[in-house]
Design a protein around this ligand. Structure first.
Ligand code: SF4
Length: 242
């Protein structure tokens, strides 16, 4: 007869994040394993608020963090969204045309570093640039090259740091003051052209409804819905995306 296990572990994360049952179920046992597949939560074909120029946006599913005020809770689970082959995703992005690049957000793109690195290599061969949002800081990413290096090497711009509700404000392409824009390929971009103090958002109609992206102020959604109601249009939130 096998012995009845009764093992106790003391656990903590290396960067002070909280651990709960959801963390264990979603994030330890369900981490995506296939380097040829991206778990995609949502996409936007043309965004003007997610980095320089006109960019396709891919929001990936899965994030190990639990930032207070996260507007993307439905994207925290690695099982949210749908799996898409890297080469299929590349074909979809390249078919859009007229893009300056692609932006990865989430979720946490660096938890899917391998497939997104491969996707980036394909897209960069067609002249597109890569912007990556991450809850990890640049120094944390540089400190774990085996885990994160493949994608970090492909990023032209990294916008780093977790969203901090108490530091929320009008920052270009960022939600809170602690987040930093790192221009990793200086030959492609001149960061002195990017003015701060701007809070940009985009509204776009698509097949799945009205999508609000970017960094709207806290009362923007309420104002928008009230304005639509006055025009006889009822809108209800289906999911979040930033
Ligand atoms: S890093 Fe982003 S997606 Fe993850 S919990 Fe924080 S705000 Fe949400």
């Amino acid at each position: 007869m096998a012995a009845l296990h009764g093992l106790l572990f003391e656990v903590h994360t290396v960067d002070g994040r909280s651990i709960d049952d959801t963390f264990l179920l979603n994030d330890v046992f369900l981490l995506p394993a296939d380097p040829a597949v991206v778990q995609v939560a949502a996409t936007e074909e043309r965004s003007y608020v997610a980095g320089p120029g006109c960019r396709a946006v891919v929001w990936v599913a899965g994030c190990l963090r639990r930032c207070p005020g996260c507007s993307l809770r439905e994207y925290q689970a690695f099982t949210s969204g749908r799996p898409v082959e890297v080469h299929d995703l590349a074909r979809q992005v390249l078919a859009i045309g007229g893009l300056d690049g692609v932006t990865y957000s989430g979720g946490e793109p660096f938890e899917q570093a391998l497939p997104l690195a491969e996707l980036s290599r394909i897209l960069k061969r067609s002249g597109l640039t890569i912007v990556v949002y991450s809850g990890y800081t640049l120094s944390a990413l540089e400190g774990a090259p085996e885990r994160f290096g493949s994608l970090l090497r492909e990023a032209d711009i990294l916008i780093d740091g977790e969203y901090r509700e108490e530091l929320s404000g009008a920052y270009r392409w960022r939600g809170s003051a602690n987040q930093q824009i790192h221009t990793l390929s200086q030959d492609r971009y001149d960061s002195s052209q990017w003015r701060d103090g701007i809070r940009e958002s985009q509204l776009a109609f698509g097949a799945d409804g009205l999508r609000l992206t970017g960094f709207p102020s806290e009362d923007f959604e309420e104002t928008l819905l009230a304005g639509l109601r006055r025009q006889g249009v009822v809108a209800r939130r289906k999911s979040a995306a930033h």
